[in-house]
Design a protein around this ligand. Structure first.
Ligand code: NAD
Ligand code: ZN
Length: 362
């Protein structure tokens, strides 16, 4: 039976973007109307790399290298903000994020905080950002999270364990530069783990109950592209890197008008309690999702085999009671996506015992 679709709410997607090889060279053109001090948030992988010399960084601009070795936390974002303020970061008139999801999210969060004040955790939730952030441009160098087009910037709150972003129209980038040349250097495993994030977002959206026709269309197209990429012989061939960059963009647009489902809450549990990175955590969870997403779980396995990507197993075996309790809490705290997937009584399905079984199956 086809579920009833909801009307799409008022949705904001990125207003302007360019796509194509070499398009990163157009960054200065986009900055020109707002030239003054620019804050560049750059994935620290690019320190000393050729890309840095291609960015229009001028005297007086601020460069903030983001260590994507761990995912953004509210504590880390607040510390970056304090550091920027000491270096007169408030003078910035625009923010540019160059990197994967962690870096793009850091750029979005700092842009909001520089105009709204307060602390990162004040805005974790839905529509809490009052004023537009600084004008911001996203330049993704890794495809999959959809952070380039979504209306959130995900942060972990270390004490509450909440993994939640600033879900707001003000979090959406003003311009995007989608240059497939920039993903050439991504290690294969990372390329697969992060790329699969799009696949997971879209299967979760399409299986949920908060759906609308526009979000569904974005998701279906993104899924088709993911299949072409990950069931192909060489996922990293240029044509596939182009396809994945578009899929990621479309996946982020889809999420703007829908929710994720069962995979992301479990994945957040692995990230918060065991420190597993987002893309890898999703892949680990997908190995145990047969009862929730049977066809997609089988397809995911075929993709991993086709690309010869090993997904670690047995991560949660041998954990003590306290850790299992924390895993359960860090999972069921994600009420919106779980209600989207399983209905408002999701706790009747995801009992403590059930959650433990699923983690042990991974
Ligand atoms: P990431 O940004 O954490 O980067 C992963 C690794 O890839 C890092 O070591 C980084 O240095 C490296 N890397 C990035 N680009 C590279 C390149 N071109 N060449 C070589 N190495 C490169 O990874 P991610 O998976 O893109 O982002 C994960 C984060 O995104 C998580 O914090 C997750 O919660 C968040 N996320 C956000 C959204 C959103 O809508 N805002 C959606 C999903 C996930
Ligand atoms: Zn995700």
């Amino acid at each position: 039976m086809t579920p009833k679709l909801h009307p799409a709410r008022l949705c904001k997607n990125v207003l302007h973007y360019v796509f194509g090889p070499g398009s990163v060279s157009r960054l200065e053109e986009f900055l020109a109307p707002r030239r003054g001090c620019v804050l560049f948030c750059i994935d620290s992988y690019f320190r000393g790399k050729a890309l840095l010399r291609r960015l229009p960084i001028r005297r007086g601009d601020k460069v903030h290298f983001v260590d994507a070795g761990s995912e953004p936390t509210t504590v880390g974002i607040n510390a970056s903000l304090r550091g920027l303020r000491r270096k007169r970061g408030e003078a910035a008139r625009a923010v540019v994020g160059v990197g994967g999801g962690s870096t793009l999210d850091t750029a979005k969060a700092l842009s909001n905080l520089l105009t709204n004040g307060g602390r990162a955790e004040d805005y974790q939730g839905w529509d809490l950002v009052r004023r537009p952030g600084l004008f911001k441009i996203g330049v993704p160098t890794l495809s999959g999270t959809g952070a380039e087009s979504s209306r959130t910037c995900v942060m972990i709150h270390p004490t509450s364990g909440l993994k939640l972003g600033m879900n707001s129209d003000h979090t959406v980038f003003d311009r995007l530069i989608l240059d497939p040349d920039l993903t050439r250097t991504v290690p294969r495993r990372q390329f697969f783990y992060t790329g699969l994030d799009t696949y997971v977002h879209c299967i979760e959206s399409l299986a949920g109950c908060y759906r609308n026709a526009v979000g569904d269309a974005f998701s279906r197209q993104a899924l088709d592209l993911c299949r072409e990429v990950f069931l192909d012989g060489d996922m990293k061939a240029y044509a596939n890197r182009e396809k994945l960059m578009i899929a990621s963009y479309l996946g982020g647009c889809a999420i703007a008008s829908s929710y994720v489902g069962v995979v992301h809450p479990f994945s957040a549990g692995l990230s918060v309690v065991l420190g597993v990175r987002h893309g890898l955590a999703n892949c680990i969870v997908m190995t145990a999702m047969g009862e929730f997403y049977p066809k997609e779980t089988a397809e995911f396995r075929r993709m991993a085999v086709r690309q010869r990507i090993h997904i670690p197993r047995g991560l949660c075996r041998g954990l003590d009671e306290a850790r299992h309790r924390r895993l359960y809490e860090a999972t069921v705290i994600h009420e919106k996506p779980l209600a989207n997937a399983l209905g408002p009584d999701f706790r009747k399905v995801l009992t403590q015992q059930k959650v433990r079984e699923v983690f042990l199956r991974m």
